[in-house]
Design a protein around this ligand. Structure first.
Ligand SMILES: Nc1nc2c(ncn2[C@@H]2O[C@H](COP(=O)(O)OP(=O)(O)O[C@H]3O[C@H](CO)[C@@H](O)[C@H](O)[C@@H]3O)[C@@H](O)[C@H]2O)c(=O)[nH]1
Ligand SMILES: [Mg+2]
Length: 263
């Protein structure tokens, strides 16, 4: 049967999560959807036994593959590489570490058949973030989310759980592949149809039990760089300079009124 769905998973040092994710995903899909779904891990030469783990799962009959990159690193570029090598029309990206529940993929795919782009959201009624997710991560994620508000209507553009119909990816241009925030980049730059809204898929964000997060200060700086570029892309450099100048003038006015009021 022809492959319709491709689940792409960026993975770096995720050997212990590969088996549980594969088994839970295909169990959730059931017999008929498993036949039309492929799972692709994109690993950046972890050399931790991830390749052997995938080979074992393949022998057990799972439709799973692993692409090993040796000259590139990074979450966003890994996702795009997986999308490029995929066979399906319906592309889903999710993390390897089970923070995105594999059991929600069948419902996610149903939604993706009705929307050009679907983004998983932790900010909706009845869902949320596991109470054990560290406070500092909540603060970083919340701050990053606020900074992205002018760029997209999505409630959770920081999400690494998203999907799109492949036909819209082929016209993607100037995609920045640095850092972690590939969903935000695609939402801002893909020529998605104006009359079809993006789909929001509520889900509860779990905690990692195996391996470690790869979020680093370098990734955060890459995000700020990406934001700057997206602001310029969307609003133009001159509008941003004018807005910053207006903000400086406003702050100076407020300070001078305070000064007069006090002295
Ligand atoms: N190939 C590859 N994969 C990577 C790399 N860096 C991270 N990954 C993979 O990308 C996924 C997410 O990385 P984590 O390190 O688990 O990220 P996180 O800190 O938990 O962040 C998650 O939550 C954010 C929302 O706050 C999401 O934005 C982010 O995408 C991710 O889902 C994991 O499967 C991880 O192995 C890399 O350089 N190369
Ligand atoms: Mg994680």
């Amino acid at each position: 049967m022809a492959i319709e769905n491709s689940i792409v998973v960026p993975a770096y040092h995720e050997k212990l999560n590969i088996g549980p994710l594969t088994k839970r995903l295909f169990a959730a899909l059931g017999n008929s959807d498993s036949k039309i779904t492929e799972l692709i891990f994109v690993d950046d030469n972890s050399q931790d036994g991830s390749v052997e783990e995938v080979e074992k799962l393949k022998k057990e009959g799972y439709n799973v593959n692993i692409i090993v990159r040796t000259t590139e690193r990074g979450l966003s570029s890994a996702v795009l590489r997986g999308f490029q090598e995929s066979k399906g029309e319906y592309l889903v990206c999710m993390d390897a570490d089970l923070q995105h529940p594999p059991e929600s993929v069948p419902d996610f795919l149903n939604k993706l058949r009705k929307h050009p782009f679907v983004i998983g959201t932790r900010y909706a009624a009845g869902v949320g973030i596991d109470k054990d997710w560290p406070l500092y991560r909540r603060v970083i994620s919340g701050g990053a989310r606020i900074l992205a508000v002018p760029l997209t209507t999505a409630t959770d553009p920081m999400s690494g759980f998203f999907g799109l119909q492949k036909k819209y990816l082929t016209s993607a241009k100037n995609i920045d592949t640095q850092g972690f925030k590939i969903a935000l980049e695609l939402l801002a730059k893909l020529p998605l149809p104006k009359d079809q809204p993006i789909g929001e898929f509520p889900y509860s964000f779990g905690v990692r039990t195996e391996g470690e997060s790869k979020l680093s200060s370098k990734v955060m700086i890459q995000y700020l760089q990406q934001l700057k570029d997206l602001y310029v892309y969307k609003f133009g450099a001159s509008t941003i300079v004018a807005t910053l100048l207006a903000l400086v003038v406003l702050v100076l006015l407020v300070l001078s009124s305070l000064f007069h009021a006090i002295f």
